[in-house]
Design a protein around this ligand. Structure first.
Ligand SMILES: [Zn+2]
Ligand SMILES: [Zn+2]
Length: 365
């Protein structure tokens, strides 16, 4: 049962799952009136993230049905509230994972809203007014201006959409380790997994001149990784000889794989004092043998998406370096098919739903 409030007066067409079968069907629901700090956004595109799949199928047991997923949203501002200063009608904007936070804690104060204890997400969250949040698999959104970013003019609205989750998830750890600044001493960067997240990480690292090694279980991805994405090296993680040959060769590893794995063999790839950064969440605790950690004085850390200030920074960086996601476009009637393919990792590298369709896009231009 969806909670709404009396000010939820705007009808909108979306696509929702109604039970753990995860089957998506067209669904008309209500969104709130555009408040003083809100912007109303005509949704153009929405990326499909693995998190969407977990929610519609209730893999984590936390889904409130009906569930309208989607947190990689781009669109055009159609209305602004009276206190909105950063946006005007017609602006190209994006909405990512975050819908609301307490606004007062130490993390909110420094725009690390993603670490606020009261963070509410773009879908399957509870907004300030008590209503359940619905995501971007829908024709229109109402969002508080704090949780909206500008999309640089030179970036295509479809391919930039996944940056709102996949992009920021890669940006924060790499920025944290000073990999996203001009440097005279490029680093040896390893990326575990070449999927929606991993391929963005390659683009970020290459934009700043680092040496990139893809570490993957799929030998078939080597040509693609090197020839098309510009990776410098490729390690097949299931080949012990290849893993051994590259011991102590990397400064930094970004682990994007959500299937269970032991961290031990990957830690061995790091130089002494190297860092392994985790962003994916296997459902069981990962294997962590002590020896590779203590013998190499290595660090393991993690992070979850990013705050709003960094999301805008990431967008601006993508604009400057012309970085977007590699996508496969789908129409809304193919969402179920795309979710099934996503479950099998059968996508290069991100599905994006063409929410507005041609006719409506022409009306906007
Ligand atoms: Zn996501
Ligand atoms: Zn807070």
């Amino acid at each position: 049962m969806a909670q709404t409030t009396p000010n939820h007066t705007q009808s909108v067409l979306g696509w929702a799952a109604h039970d753990s079968s995860g089957k998506m069907t067209p669904y008309v629901f209500k969104r709130r009136e555009n408040g003083a700090n809100d912007v109303t956004i005509k949704v153009m595109y929405c990326g499909m993230c693995h998190t969407d799949l977990h929610h519609v199928r209730d893999d984590w047991g936390i889904t409130m049905y009906p569930c309208v997923p989607g947190h990689e949203i781009t669109g055009i501002v159609t209305k602004v509230g009276k206190d909105v200063t950063r946006f005007k009608e017609g602006d190209r904007v994006g909405v990512g994972c975050l819908a609301a936070s307490c606004l007062e804690c130490e993390f909110c104060k420094k725009s690390e809203e993603n670490y606020c204890d009261e963070i509410q997400l773009t879908y399957n969250g509870i907004f300030w007014d008590g209503s359940i949040t619905y995501g971007g698999y829908s024709k229109m959104m109402v969002a508080d201006q704090r949780f909206v970013v500008s999309v640089p003019e030179n970036l295509p609205m479809d391919a930039v959409a996944p940056m709102l989750c996949a992009g920021i998830t890669m940006y924060c750890p790499m920025k944290d380790s000073k990999l996203l600044e001009t440097t005279a001493s490029p680093k040896k960067v390893g990326i575990i997994g070449l999927g929606g997240l991993g391929h963005v990480a390659v683009k970020f690292a290459k934009a700043f001149g680092h040496h990139v090694t893809i570490i993957s279980t799929s030998p078939s991805k080597e040509t693609e990784a090197k020839k098309r994405l510009g990776a410098d090296d490729f390690i097949v993680s299931t080949q012990d000889s290849q893993m051994k040959a590259k011991k102590r060769s990397l400064d930094y590893i970004l682990d994007t794989v959500s299937a269970w794995h032991s961290l031990g063999p990957y830690l061995e790839l790091l130089k002494v004092e190297g860092t392994l950064h985790i962003v994916a969440a296997p459902d069981k605790p990962m294997g962590l043998p002590s020896f590779p950690l203590i013998f190499g004085k290595r660090t393991i850390k993690g992070s979850m998406t990013g705050g709003m200030k960094e999301t805008q920074e990431m967008m601006d960086m993508c604009g400057k370096h012309n970085i977007t996601c590699d996508i496969e476009m789908v129409t809304p009637d193919k969402i179920n098919e795309a979710l099934d393919r996503l479950a099998n990792n059968d996508v290069r590298y991100r599905f994006v739903i063409d929410i507005a369709g041609d006719e409506e896009k022409n009306n906007l231009s």
